[in-house]
Write a protein that binds this ligand. Sequence first.
Ligand SMILES: CC(=O)CC(=O)SCCNC(=O)CCNC(=O)[C@H](O)C(C)(C)COP(=O)(O)OP(=O)(O)OC[C@H]1O[C@@H](n2cnc3c(N)ncnc32)[C@H](O)[C@@H]1OP(=O)(O)O
Ligand SMILES: NC(=O)C1=CN([C@@H]2O[C@H](COP(=O)(O)OP(=O)(O)OC[C@H]3O[C@@H](n4cnc5c(N)ncnc54)[C@H](O)[C@@H]3O)[C@@H](O)[C@H]2O)C=CC1
Length: 313
Amino acid sequence: MAFFTRQLCRHFSSSAVRNVVIKNVTIIGGGQMGAGIAQVAATTGHSVTLVDTSDDILKTAVKGIEGSLKRVVKKKFADKPEAGEEFIQKVLRNVSTSTDSGSAAQRSDLVLEAIVENLKIKQDIFHQLDKVAPEHTIFASNTSSLPITDIASTTSRLDRFGGLHFFNPVPMMKLVEVVATSATSKETFDSLLNFSKVLGKTPVSCKDSPGFIVNRLLVPYLVEAVRLHERGHGSKEDVDIAMKLGAGHPMGPFELADYVGLDTIKFIIDGWSAKDPSNPLFAPIEMLNKLVAEGKLGKKTGEGFYKYKRLIK
Ligand SMILES: CC(=O)CC(=O)SCCNC(=O)CCNC(=O)[C@H](O)C(C)(C)COP(=O)(O)OP(=O)(O)OC[C@H]1O[C@@H](n2cnc3c(N)ncnc32)[C@H](O)[C@@H]1OP(=O)(O)O
Ligand SMILES: NC(=O)C1=CN([C@@H]2O[C@H](COP(=O)(O)OP(=O)(O)OC[C@H]3O[C@@H](n4cnc5c(N)ncnc54)[C@H](O)[C@@H]3O)[C@@H](O)[C@H]2O)C=CC1
């Protein structure tokens, strides 16, 4: 009987979070991805709190959102610059910033994390937020490669935890991978799926397997291009041209690796290598390791495989 009552309570507690309509969103991490997700969520009428570790970083993030919105309105409001400016201001009013993730989470239907690709740091954040976020709040991670199950393991809301994996640049890329663990409830999964659609994205459903769909195929390809170049079988420029003109890719692999961030690529490959050291796809890549050690992380730092004019994210 006690078992039955426990099951009943569980049923009621999960039905309490049924059909969460996501309106208030906290995004932890105001880097390339967090700022992009904040922009898209704010554009679609959500109330967004963007959280990072300092006000300076948050100021840069909001400037980046404004810059990206300007690119969007340039075409959309080509003949009506005033309406374009009004649109930008309206979207920006939906974005607030904070360095206090706890108080932001207290007002949220969804807490979406987009911080550095490090399991321990992600686990610590969610462990803290789990204590203060409302019962109904869904937690999600934008991780590129870490198991959602492992990130969720420091919380007590395994049924309200999933993966929501966006692509860079978020305002342009239409895909979202929605990831369910074995503990994610159907209600949570449906809420995340619906949220992705409301953002104007096309969701695909993924298992909690390494790299989900896109990165499991894309990241080995990116590092294989570096290995090919290391073997002296093609210059970076020629490899990039070849993949753009010969395979129809919008960016070559060196351009794309710089765009994603070489630190992120290295975190992904090192993480997979630690779990599956004999897999040659995940073997260390000397050139990548050297660039990351030198702080040349790609477009975001002004240099990676190529040099860039320093840009606001
Ligand atoms: C690592 C992970 O976990 C997962 C990942 O994200 S993997 C990376 C996935 N991303 C990709 O593969 C990106 C591949 N690249 C591309 O699709 C394209 O190069 C691109 C969309 C980034 C840029 O397109 P492009 O034609 O090369 O350059 P560009 O002319 O500057 O931009 C095209 C349009 O996009 C817009 N745009 C590009 N970036 C933008 C941004 N951040 N915000 C707003 N608009 C943007 C431009 O304003 C331009 O708009 P118009 O055509 O209306 O003028
Ligand atoms: N770069 C890419 O193309 C993609 C990255 N991702 C994933 O998204 C996540 C973020 O990646 P990026 O935005 O590229 O990284 P980034 O380096 O541009 O930004 C990370 C941000 O998180 C902040 N941060 C770090 N620790 C924090 C903490 N404890 N609290 C609050 N903020 C904190 C940093 O200050 C920084 O602004 C990673 O998990 C990455 O794997 C997913 C899809 C694409």
